[in-house]
Ligand binder design. Structure first.
Ligand SMILES: Cc1ncc(COP(=O)(O)O)c(C=O)c1O
Length: 486
């Protein structure tokens, strides 16, 4: 193995580093560091290799030495370089990377990547003042041990009020606070599903729900959603429930992820009745309920039609507020909440008190914060729609009336190939098959509109460029898995 790379060799490997994707947004030193990271990621620059001295590389690249010094410093900070005074700098594997099964490094945090794999907004500006206010509330809790398996009462009451306001009378005893909606789903599955139990899900559906079901070794059957129009075919869905009599059905009736569909009130009512007759519990994921993007009136929550504690609703702060808060909840009957709390004690005991206080403050300001989020999403959605219409007019989609994602039907079964090629031009995608079970959905792609409008337009431009390269068979992109889909 080469133990040292000379300045001219590295300059050759770096090639057109000035012109890498995302270049316009970063200074020279950052672009150089990103280019070195890229070489490491795809294996062209091996681990444990000594890089040229700063002066030598500066000469080879015909740039200033301070640029190289700053690039090396950034590489040290990101864990890609280890330096010893007088001895030089060696390439290394940072703790933030993992080696994929292909042997390539997969960066978990690539600064120049336009990440369309994650369907979630950054935090609202209110978060910092609200967090300060929450700290002021903390002393009220400090004399106790701080373990509240069902959540602090203030937050449970605040969440209960949101359901009541939606037409579903709810008491604090029916709410359990969790560490995000994914945690809520996992706990509910532990309670409601024996390993190997039969579960019905929509197809496409949220990939991490499939992961949670796989962890419970669920036997999954799917209900295919229509691409356009209303999504759920009532007769087919009710027929599936009657025939397969699943132990549980997991559904996303409000601005479904990834399609954006909204289930009509009439189907909700029939579904709850049919589920009860079939002995099926309904786990209803309301992640996006706060994010309608037009004036369509929202149908009542699914649990409004429930007379037999068949419906367990899960929701949380991640989509309207911020995923980094890790605050979600379950709404169920009071005895179910107690059983969930008992199960939780064996998992994580309770949610952080301070984060719950932050959530209380955010919910108190919800109308203003959520209105601003919705306006932001409308702007970003419309920018994405316009860019697609201009650059990729063959792609088809229904304009979602809520939520944060566009489910696009591509002009061929190219979704995975497109995602592989996109990674090479600095766009991370969640290809269609990630949202299904059996490797189908290659004609589909989920595009979230959670990034700023300019980034979405830039991403569509890059996708349009590689779409036509795919047809020409150029590039032969290497496979890299999207790091996180949320
Ligand atoms: C439908 C759905 N459920 C659950 C989650 C997970 O939410 P959380 O980040 O609160 O765990 C997401 C996040 O993308 C989602 O889209």
């Amino acid at each position: 193995m080469t133990s040292q790379v000379r300045g001219v060799q590295l300059a050759r490997l770096l090639g057109q580093w000035h012109a890498l994707p995302g270049r316009r947004r970063s200074p020279d030193y950052a672009a150089l560091a990103a280019a070195v990271r890229g070489l490491l990621a795809d294996g062209r620059l091996p681990l444990g290799v000594r890089l040229p001295a700063e002066r030598e590389l500066a000469e080879a690249l015909r740039i200033s030495r301070t640029t190289v010094t700053a690039a090396y410093r950034q590489l040290r900070e990101t864990g890609h370089l280890a330096s010893r005074r007088g001895a030089g700098s060696w390439t290394m594997l940072p703790g933030t990377h993992r080696v994929a099964s292909t042997g390539l490094w997969t960066p978990l945090d690539d600064r120049d990547m336009l990440d369309l794999g994650v369907a979630a907004l950054g935090a609202p500006p209110e978060l910092v003042p609200v967090a300060r206010a929450a700290v002021e509330d903390l002393p009220r809790y400090l004399s106790g041990a701080g373990y509240h398996p069902t959540g602090i009462i203030e937050l449970r009451e605040a969440v209960a009020r949101t359901y009541t306001a939606r037409g579903l009378p709810t008491s604090a005893e029916q709410i359990m606070v969790t560490n995000g909606i994914q945690h809520a789903l996992d706990l509910v599955l532990r309670l409601a599903l024996v390993p190997g139990g039969n579960v019905l899900v929509e197809s496409p559906t949220y990939p991490n729900a499939l992961a949670a079901l796989a962890a419970r070794r669920a036997r999954i059957t799917t209900h295919g959603l229509a691409v356009d129009g209303i999504g759920w075919d009532a007769d087919l869905l009710l027929g599936s429930v009657r025939q397969t009599r699943p132990k549980l059905a997991y559904l996303i009736p409000e601005f479904h992820n990834p399609t954006g569909h909204l289930m009509a009130a009439e189907l909700r009512e029939r579904l709850v009745a049919t589920a009860h007759a079939a002995g099926t519990d309904l786990v209803v994921d309301e992640s996006f309920v706060d994010l309608p993007l037009d004036d369509t009136p929202l149908p009542p929550p699914m649990a409004v039609f429930d007379r037999h504690s068949r419906v367990i609703s899960i929701g949380g702060m991640s989509k309207p507020f911020w995923g980094g808060l890790r605050i979600g909840w379950v709404r169920a009957s009071a005895p179910q909440v107690q059983r969930l709390a008992a199960a939780r004690v064996g998992v994580d005991m309770a949610s952080p008190v301070l984060d719950q206080l932050v959530a209380v403050h955010l919910l108190a300001q919800a109308p203003a914060i959520v209105a601003a989020r919705r306006a932001q999403l409308v702007t970003q959605r419309d920018a994405l729609l316009a860019a697609l219409a201009e650059r990729l007019p063959d792609w088809r989609f229904d304009v979602p009336r809520g939520g944060v994602t566009l489910w696009v039907e591509l002009d061929g079964p190219i979704s995975s190939a497109l995602a592989r090629a996109a990674e090479e031009v600095g766009v991370r995608l969640a290809p269609g098959p990630r949202f299904g079970l059996d490797g189908t959905l290659e004609r589909f792609l989920r595009l979230p509109f959670t990034l700023p409008a300019a980034d979405l337009v830039e991403a569509v431009g890059r996708l349009a460029a590689i779409r036509y390269d795919l047809d020409r068979g150029a590039g032969r992109p290497r496979w890299r898995e999207p790091a996180v889909i949320a």
